[in-house]
Write a protein that binds this ligand. Structure first.
Ligand code: NAD
Length: 296
């Protein structure tokens, strides 16, 4: 494999393009938004510079990585030549199905079609293509250039050959791939989201405050970030939608999203991206400040 097309150049797409380009792959980065592509290239440049400053890569590798990436607004002829297409467009069920139909029609027959979805069924996505054996989940973690894990998700029809190719490719990026099966939330979010939900319930029921809940998990369980801070970082809307997938997928009330989480999302308090969630965020201020509403 040497040519990778990445669909979507947002938070995850730019990181995925960065890592493939850093390891010498030819990357076609596709996004419907020209602005998103421009922003992605600026972010990649900045993140590569940070790696140079830290001595992780050389200035020469940075230059090569940047020259390995071409940007497009459609899956044109060049992007369609890829050996693997990694889809990282917005987390929207209808959009993913539409994109996979398009990718299936455009890509060469031997190409693998991977998705970075956090919660949508790989089996369902594969079912709209004529190559379900070549459709797989390649779930990178945020921030992609830093995080080692790739959760490799086998759909119901994913072949051994496709899985082995994606496991080998992940290792070429010096990542650690872990193979899991396609059930709601896979492994990462099936375990993480109920923990976050339980932290929100603990706040909702007045068991403890934001600071106290996060401190217990940080100091007591050696988590680098407390669950409420992590939820803010992921996006409370994203957490809510994954919990709904778990709730619908298993039909088990233990996954019911906490009403406080639902209210916060409805009120537009989505965490870091909206400026407030369990904590409040202001540009330039690094100190973690509990949101006014939750001050005790
Ligand atoms: P994002 O909103 O930052 O970026 C999505 C990009 O997709 C946008 O730039 C948008 O313009 C583009 N897009 C929308 N429709 C498109 C189309 N038809 N063709 C091409 N591009 C299109 O989203 P994100 O956070 O990068 O998430 C991308 C995927 O990765 C989602 O499936 C998400 O669940 C998954 N994911 C996200 C995280 C995370 O922490 N953000 C972690 C793991 C997985």
């Amino acid at each position: 494999m040497n040519h990778i097309t990445v669909i979507g150049s947002g938070t995850m797409g730019n990181g995925i393009a960065h890592v493939f380009a850093q390891y010498g792959y030819q990357v076609s980065l596709v996004d419907v938004s020209k602005e998103a592509l421009k922003k992605a290239m600026t972010t990649i440049d900045k993140n590569l510079s940070r790696q140079v400053e830290k001595g992780i890569i050389s200035e020469e590798t940075k230059g090569k990585a940047l020259s390995n990436i071409s940007t497009f607004t459609t899956i044109n002829e060049e992007a369609a030549q890829a050996d693997l297409i990694a889809e990282a467009a917005s987390e929207n069920f209808e959009l993913k199905l539409k994109l996979f139909k398009e990718m299936d029609e455009a890509a060469k027959p031997s190409a693998i079609l991977a998705t970075n979805t956090s919660s949508i069924s790989i089996t369902k996505i594969a079912s709209v293509t004529k190559r379900p054996d070549k459709v797989i989940g390649m779930h990178f973690m945020n921030p992609v250039p830093v995080m080692k894990l790739i959760e490799v998700i086998r759909g119901y029809s994913t072949s051994d050959e496709t899985t082995e190719a994606v496991m080998a490719l992940s290792k070429k990026l010096e990542k650690i791939p872990v193979e899991v099966n396609d059930y709601p939330g896979f492994v990462a979010n099936r375990i993480l989201m109920p923990m976050i939900n339980e932290a929100v319930y603990s706040l909702y029921e007045g068991v403890a405050g934001v600071y106290e809940i996060d401190m217990v998990m940080k100091l007591g369980m050696a988590h680098p970030m407390g669950p409420l801070q992590l939820a803010d970082f992921i996006g409370l809307d994203v957490c809510l939608s994954i919990l709904k997938v778990l709730h619908d997928g298993f039909g088990n009330p233990k996954y019911a999203p906490c009403p406080l989480l639902v209210n916060m999302v409805q009120a537009g308090h989505k965490g870091v991206k909206s400026g407030s969630g369990f904590y409040q965020y202001q540009p330039g201020i690094k100190e973690l400040v509990v949101a006014d509403r939750f001050k005790r």
